[in-house]
Each structure stands twice: as structure tokens, then as C-alpha cells.
Design a protein around this ligand. Structure first.
Ligand SMILES: Cc1cc2nc3c(=O)[nH]c(=O)nc-3n(C[C@H](O)[C@H](O)[C@H](O)COP(=O)(O)OP(=O)(O)OC[C@H]3O[C@@H](n4cnc5c(N)ncnc54)[C@H](O)[C@@H]3O)c2cc1C
Length: 523
């Protein structure tokens, strides 16, 4: 997958595309995989890097959503559990079964959460990841050695899925490209073109060359998440907003705060939410919050009150609880919440996600969650076909293996997330064993070979791309990310043929950005 080749395709294109998809997050890339694998001609455009938005900032769970159980929304949970199993089946190298323990501090909690998670089990039916179980106090302490043991009465063990969101996204981009889609990052859509009063294409700007292009399509899909109202406004300035925004933060700490393979699930925080403490890439990730925000931003900032909320909740549940100075990284994502009452949806296919085709023929797909991206894409492409003269073709993604698929990726050790590409990443080390083979930082598993791989084969263009999304250094340890930035910039410059000025600019930009993730520096 080469960016120059993708850009040339856009440059040379005279014909009308079947689909133009705006937004390179889970929803847009899911639509690209779906449409391209049905045999349609697809162009996907992302204004920044793939998964720059919410799709790299999730809690990393592939789940049915135990939270929805409390609302009695069983069909939604059942649908998500089915998608959980489909994703595990098609991306086995990235989706793992994760055990969770809910600590219980009263008999009533044991009965209540025990029954709830039994229902969760039953709803998953043949798609189950493992049976839930009621644990004694002793078993709970064995499973969660750092859990607060004062008044502990036992716990509930249950299973869900866990993944690396940005890695799955890049493998989906590759899958879309393999199915024939043209996928371009750093290509912002700034205008929608029209024939009469119907949208028939886009105007886009290539961020690297500054060139502007027009591209036409039978249908344009708006999959821009938190930015979807801005794109809807481009189609009709009078369009009212259909989404409200809410941000969620995560804090990352050392593994010592969760010294087990089990995750901890706090079923009811002070503000009535669910909070997860989960093991992720050798660290402990805690999240998330739910804070209404006014504007969509690519780099949302954590609020002091959100950090305080996570630290104080963790303090209630952990014997040795993390302090502010233990924070290795803070990352923030924005949820687009659908204001269903205000929208004239032509097809609200599920209460979880919404598809709108407005008067100008722009299809907007939003809401939902990472776990259900495939189903959202299937629904959106079906709607698009129904609205256009595109031939009816069946969705094939239920059985489509995602790039890198392999059943036993653990055998690749630190390179497990690459699945079948792991051998090829390993091969790169032979080119330059010292430079590419050495670890980038003692606290992290990543090597120079992964940087080279990301630049050569995954369309990574900047230090941020490789440190935030191709590897997850920035999300795991922001200080370490700043420390290795100069070395990584040198590796990239050699690959991209860039000079010292480029290196200095990259280091400066990245260090500035990384301060948002490293609490001490940003405060
Ligand atoms: C805090 C938090 C935790 C979550 N945890 C989970 C979880 O554990 N499991 C789960 O299943 N789901 C989770 N979710 C939900 C999940 O992350 C989202 O549903 C999903 O990532 C949304 O993807 P998206 O593609 O719709 O949006 P995004 O990922 O935001 O993608 C939209 C893209 O559109 C691009 N764009 C915008 N405007 C333009 C333009 N003019 N031209 C070109 N491109 C443009 C943006 O740059 C962006 O990359 C979580 C969400 C949040 C906020």
C-alpha cells in the first residue's frame, strides 16, 4: 500500500466512482471494505491519518456492552455479541478473549451482577467467549491481587473481547485496498459538489502537495464521526445537527496496578457509569468518562475533573492505587451521540447507529461502536444501493478474513499484532540488524523494523503516525515517546528521503502534541 500510488489514482481518475467515503475511522473504512468486497469502485478519503479520530481512542473492548443490559436493551446487546464473535473469527490476530472480574462488596451485588452476567452469557448463545462464574472472596483475590479487600464478599468472572483499535483499523485499510479500493490519508474533503440539488461528488485537498481535486460518485457516504454535522452542512447549510458530542478519557499506568491477566470491571461508579481497569500491551488502562463537549476536535483535551474522577474511583477499588505522578499517558476520544428525536432518519436501523440519507442524497452513517462497525457498514452500503442505480450485490464481510489474519499469532511474540505480516517485519531486521533490530525504548516492545514497515507498507507519513497509531508508544508512555522521537525521526527520514529540516520540524510538532498525553508536561 503506497500513498503515492493512491494519490496518482485520484489524479488520473476521469470516471465516476461508485462510492466516495469521507472519513478514515472504523465506520468509513468498514464501508470501504464492504463496498469494495461487493465489487464496487470505491474512493476513501481521510483528512488526517487513518484512525486519527475516535477509532484509535477507544477502551479497546470488543464487547456486547454489559452497560446496555442495565437499560434492558437486549436486542442491541445480542447484535453486538454476534458482531464480537464475527470480528474474533475474522481478525483472530488482533481480537483476544479477555477475562474480567467484577468485585462484589455485598451479597446483593453478587446476586445482582451474577444474574446480569448470566443473561449476558445466555444472549451470546453459540457466540459465547466463556461461561461467567461466581467467585469466592479467596478466588477473587487470587484473580485480582491488587483489589481492595475490605468488605469484599467475592466476585463475578466473565469474558469479553479485547483488541488494538488502530492496528485493526490499518489492517482494515489494507483489506479495503486488497479488495480494490483507493484509500488516501491526509486528503480533506472541503466541499460537496452537486448536480441540481443532489450531491454528486467532493472537492478534496491533498495535504502534502496542496493540490486540489474534484471526484464524482454515484453516492457519497459521510462517515466522519464527531465531524458528521459539518459535512452534512456542506450538503445543505440549513441541516440541523443530528449529533451531540461527549468525550471520554483513559489513563494509562504501569502493569503493577493490575498484576494479573484479568481485567477489573467496576459496574457502577459515583456517576452511575461502568469503569474498566484492563491490561493492554503490558500496561494498565483505566477508563472511561462521559463529558458533554461543544466542538469536535482531532486532539480533544482531558479535563482536570475527569482525571480526578478516574483516580478517585480507582482509589476505592485498588489496594495500591495509582497517583497523578504515575500517569504514563492520557488519551481522549469523542462520541457522536445521535439526537434521534430531531432527525428525520430515512432508516434508523438500530438504536445504536443511525443512517440518514438527506434531501441532497448525502448518506450519513454514525453512532454505534467499534464492535459493530461491520454491521453498520453492511447497513449503510445496503441503503446506498437502494437509493442509487448501483446493482444489488450481497454483503460478504461476515466471512471475509481481515488482512493479517492468523489463528496463532501469539507465536510471533512482540510482533503478534501483525499476524501474517510478522515474518515480513522480522525479515526487515536482516537489512540493518543494529539499526532496525534494537528496541526503541527499554519500557516498550517496539523496534526500528516496525517504523520502517509502517513507512513502507502502511502509508505512515509523520512521527505521530508511527508513534501514536502504527505502534502505540504515545498511548502507552508519552514521556518515552518524546524521548525516542529524534531516533525514530531519523529512521523515517532515511526511508522517506527527507532532510534535517524535516526531522527538526517533525520532532518539534510531535513533542508539542505529546504534551497533551503526558499530564505533567501539559499541566
Ligand atoms: C472514550 C470512548 C471509548 C470507546 N470504547 C469503545 C470500546 O471499547 N469498544 C467499542 O466497540 N467501541 C468503543 N467506542 C466507540 C468507538 O470508538 C466509535 O464508535 C468508533 O471509533 C467511531 O468510528 P468513526 O469512524 O465513526 O469515527 P472516527 O474514528 O472519529 O472517524 C471519523 C474520521 O473522519 C475524518 N474526517 C472528518 N472530517 C473529514 C473531512 N472533511 N475529510 C476527510 N476526513 C474527515 C476524521 O479525521 C476521522 O478520522 C468508544 C468511544 C469513545 C469515545
Amino acid at each position: 500500500m503506497k500513498r503515492a500510488e493512491m494519490l496518482n489514482r485520484v489524479r488520473a481518475r476521469k470516471k465516476v466512482w461508485d462510492f466516495i467515503i469521507i472519513g478514515g475511522g472504523a465506520t468509513g473504512v468498514g464501508c470501504a471494505v464492504d463496498a469494495a468486497s461487493r465489487g464496487f469502485d470505491v474512493l476513501l478519503l481521510e483528512q488526517s491519518d487513518f484512525s486519527k479520530g475516535t477509532s484509535s481512542r477507544s477502551t479497546k473492548l470488543v464487547h456486547g456492552g454489559v452497560r446496555y443490559l442495565a437499560n434492558g436493551n437486549l436486542s442491541l446487546v445480542r447484535e453486538a455479541l454476534k458482531e464480537r464473535a464475527t470480528l474474533k473469527k475474522n481478525a483472530a490476530h488482533l481480537v483476544k478473549i479477555q477475562s474480567f472480574i467484577v468485585p462484589c462488596y455485598s451479597l446483593w451485588q453478587k446476586i445482582f451482577y451474577g444474574s446480569g452476567l448470566k443473561i449476558y452469557n445466555l444472549l451470546s448463545g453459540k457466540y459465547g467467549f466463556g461461561k461467567s462464574k461466581i467467585l469466592s472472596k479467596k478466588e477473587t483475590l487470587l484473580g485480582l491481587p491488587n483489589v481492595n479487600s475490605v468488605n469484599l464478599r467475592g466476585g463475578i468472572l466473565y469474558f469479553d473481547g479485547q483488541f488494538d483499535d488502530a492496528r485493526l483499523l490499518i489492517d482494515l485499510v489494507k483489506t479495503a485496498a486488497e479488495q480494490g479500493a483507493t484509500v488516501l490519508n491526509y486528503a480533506k474533503v472541503f466541499e460537496l459538489t452537486k448536480h441540481g440539488n443532489k450531491v454528486n461528488g467532493v472537492r478534496l485537498k491533498d495535504d502534502e502537495t496542496g493540490e486540489e481535486f474534484s471526484a464524482q460518485a454515484k453516492i457519497v457516504i459521510n462517515a466522519t464521526g464527531a465531524f458528521c454535522d459539518a459535512i452534512r452542512k456542506l450538503s445543505n447549510a440549513k441541516n440541523e445537527k443530528i449529533i451531540a458530542l461527549s468525550q471520554g478519557i483513559h489513563l494509562v499506568f504501569d502493569k503493577k496496578f493490575l498484576p494479573s491477566k484479568n481485567a477489573l470491571m467496576i459496574p457502577k461508579t459515583g456517576d452511575g457509569r461502568v469503569l474498566f481497569v484492563i491490561p493492554w500491551h503490558g500496561k494498565t488502562l483505566i477508563g472511561t468518562t462521559d463529558t458533554p463537549v461543544e466542538t469536535a476536535e482531532l486532539e480533544p483535551k482531558p479535563l482536570e475533573s475527569e482525571i480526578e474522577f478516574i483516580l478517585s474511583t480507582a482509589e476505592q477499588y485498588l489496594k495500591e492505587s495509582p497517583k497523578r505522578e504515575d500517569i504514563l499517558s492520557v488519551f481522549v476520544g469523542i462520541r457522536p451521540l445521535v439526537k434521534s428525536a430531531k432527525t428525520k432518519n430515512t432508516a434508523a436501523l438500530s438504536r445504536d447507529h443511525t443512517i440518514e440519507i438527506n434531501d441532497a442524497n448525502l448518506l450519513t452513517v454514525t453512532g454505534g461502536k467499534w464492535t459493530t462497525y461491520r454491521r453498520m457498514a453492511e447497513d449503510a452500503v445496503n441503503q446506498a444501493i437502494a437509493k442509487t442505480d448501483l446493482p444489488s450485490k450481497h454483503c460478504v464481510t461476515k466471512d471475509l478474513k481481515i488482512h493479517g489474519f492468523c489463528e496463532d499469532s501469539e507465536r510471533f511474540g512482540d510482533l503478534a499484532v501483525y499476524g501474517t505480516d510478522a515474518d515480513k517485519v522480522q525479515e526487515l531486521i536482516k537489512e540493518n540488524p543494529n539499526f532496525f533490530g534494537e528496541k526503541l525504548h527499554e519500557d516498550l516492545p517496539y523496534s526500528g523494523a516496525e517504523i520502517v514497515w509502517a513507512v513502507r507498507f502502511e502509508m505512515a507519513r509523520s512521527l505521530e503516525d508511527v508513534l501514536a497509531r502504527r505502534t502505540r508508544v504515545l498511548f502507552l508512555n508519552a514521556k518515552a515517546a518524546i524521548e525516542i522521537a529524534p531516533h525514530v525521526a531519523e529512521i523515517m527520514a532515511a526511508e522517506l528521503g527527507k532532510d534535517e529540516v524535516w526531522i527538526d520540524g517533525q520532532i518539534e510538532n510531535f513533542t508539542e502534541l505529546a504534551k497533551n498525553y503526558f499530564f505533567d508536561l501539559s499541566s
